[in-house]
Design a protein around this ligand. Sequence first.
Ligand code: UDP
Length: 342
Amino acid sequence: MSDKPEKFIDENGIRLDGRRVDEIRPMTVEMGVLSRADGSCYLEWGNNKVLAAVYGPRELHPRRLQRPGEALVRYRYNMAAFSVEDRIRPGPSRRSTEISKVSGEAFEPVVMKQFYPSAVIDVFAEVLQADAGTRTAAINAATLALVDAGIPMKGLVAACAVGKVDGQLVIDLNKPEDNYGDADLPIAMTEDGEITLLQMDGNLTVEEINKGVEMVKAGCEQIFAIQKAALLEKFGTAEEDEVLEDAGLQAEISSEENVSEAVEEVEELVEEAAAEETEVPEDEEVEEAETMFEEDVAEFEDDEEENGEELEVVVTEVSEEEITSESEDIESNEEEGDKYEQ
Ligand code: UDP
């Protein structure tokens, strides 16, 4: 293990890996990388390399584990033996069992389990290379793997940690910051900012936690933008692809920088293109309707002339006797009704 650095942040506020305190590491994602899984995603975040695979929904065996009204979501986090400096003993450990449990629960408010009663949705997160922040990296990949598998979800989940080094809060800790820092606070949240995972290692004051949560929110917004760019790239329509190509944004979207800007730009361009296609200038629209109406009126008048007749109102005479017998019937029906009500 490397030695503790003397300083984590220099006088210009720059961290050892060149980032500012509120900057996340570069992240790239690729969806649908496994052909035998129902959904998958490979994610690199700094030096972390994570693969997420989703199988299901499928029938759950043994049956006693089935939930009648909803699907069971199982999440398994695993670190490959070769993913860290000192080889990890293969198989489940206390740490991986705990991370699996809390990470699975991080998807609780978004996965619409009610659509698949008695079924199981298995999420496997495999850490191939670790450099701190693997549970958060795995959650970011698992979200996209779930979408790739076609699991109905109310929204995405993103995760990022905040910690403290040299007395300052920093987001998305790297290995030295995680190992030698004063605190590590991994957080996962939905797009509405609902926190679905929060763990803490070390010490932070209440003010620091509150400020840290805000910093993570900003970091997660960037992650949501990266996730959405990946979704647009995989599931975008042909028209969206054309717009992307026309704007020369395809390459930019795949790169780590400017992702949120690129997504915004694409959304604007797609909206503009859609508006151009459907919008009819108001004057033209009114003129068109007026012409159609005038044509209809002219056609109707022609028909009338040809047939030589006008619309007639037919009035049938009703005798006084008929009116009296009708009102007697109504009265007797009302009396019957009263009887039932009593
Ligand atoms: N780590 C390791 N061996 C282990 C567990 C963790 O070398 O058995 C390293 C690994 O790089 C990991 C980092 O320590 O990313 C931080 O681990 P932590 O338990 O904080 O989880 P993470 O930050 O990866 O979610």
